[in-house]
Design a protein around this ligand. Sequence first.
Ligand SMILES: [Zn+2]
Length: 500
Amino acid sequence: MSLYTKYRPRDWNSVIGQDSVSTILRTSLSQNRVGHAYILTGSRGTGKTTSARILAKGVNCLDLQDNGNPCHKCTHCIAFDEGNMLDCIEIDGASNNGVDNVRDLIEKARFEPNQWKYKIYIIDEVHMLSTGAFNALLKILEEPPDHVKFILATTEIDKIPETIRSRSLRFDFKKITEKDIIKRLEFVCREENIIAEKEALEIIARAARGALRDALTLTEQNIVNGEINTAYVKSTLSLVEKSLIDHIIATIVSMDRDGMINILEKLRTEHTEIRSLFDQILSGLRDQMMQIFQSKNTTDTLEFVTYSEIFAIFESAYSYTKTIPDGGLLIEITLMRAVMRWEKKQNDETISKNDEKNTKIKEIPTEWKKKIESEEIKTFDTFSTKSIENTVSVKNTETETIPTGWQDKTSTNTFSYIRLLEEIKKIKNTLVLDLKTARFEINNNTLTFIFSKEWHYNRANDPSMKTIIAEQLEKLYSGSWKIECRLDGTNNLNILDEVF
Ligand SMILES: [Zn+2]
């Protein structure tokens, strides 16, 4: 059982970081004033579905506690915990988004509950419903049967029609603070007898960006021999040392070109994950700006403007981190721009017109576009100079042959390492963590993973893991596949942290 499932809150007392929401919900339960439709909104991993379940359980609990918590002991609570909850229907709005799905749901909703007092419908990702489906849902929300309650959960409240919103009670879930996340992680580690370094948990909490679920998943992924240590967490999250970040910012502020040339040189030799590097720089800039801001010293205004300019350069580059295949390029260009205080102009055409030397910049976006359009390469956020694509083609020009179709980037049958990992992820998430650190080679129908770290190699080299990989390959690309793992301590190129 994953840490996230094991430590999922079962009552309001253990819901983390959502005090106002849980207070209102528990009070309405204890005062028996529960509405017929709720919308729980907020970013991922903040406790929406968890709260929906506690609410569903509480509404039907036969011995609701004074504080609005379900008793966990009555027959209804036990049935709920065991998953025998005929009257609590959880629907994934993303995969049941058609009008027929909702009509079917409404048909069934008209019948009295089987065991419980209320039938509860929890619709997750409700913003994914089609317009027709929303209209069907609206019908029942306009005249809801007394025995039905709806709990809608969404990360994107703006996509919910006003008509649905106005008929529901809305609750906004906040991002969970780093402090609250760290507290929870410390608790979980204590319970699990995991020895965790404080700094490691702080890094995880920051990386989770307000999502407790992500924090727990990251924690689980970073346990090595019952311990969580800072160096390992840093390496899996591709974090750059804080001192280097400070040095980068100082170099930019002083417009020191030589200093930046050295930094670029250094970054080229390190494996740096682009989004986390940008995150670190942005948060470093924010810290500096906050200091100046709080000092209230009028002479600092100019300095504040400088930081704002630099911030704007990184901010405008940030949106490309998801779409650019070669993250290294974006890092280098952005850092150079920052030193030169070069702000993004209205459109890219002006760049090419203005300067002959910029032909490279002009050409590259078309190339990115092609790659993105082919949907073959969604994101290459790594700072490695070789993309995965390069690795394949470089390897193959020498000794290996590529099966037909693999070179054709537009074909749906084209081999994609990312797609393979996505499939494996559905089955064995932890295996992806190992695989994404590996380089790979393809020789006929043998896929070889080359690991630089022994622990990744050991885990992936397990026969059962190889079977999973082979099965997914066969599913995606047919034929029969052989999987091999090799340990080679020299280099690891393709870390796809952002994608997975
Ligand atoms: Zn109960």
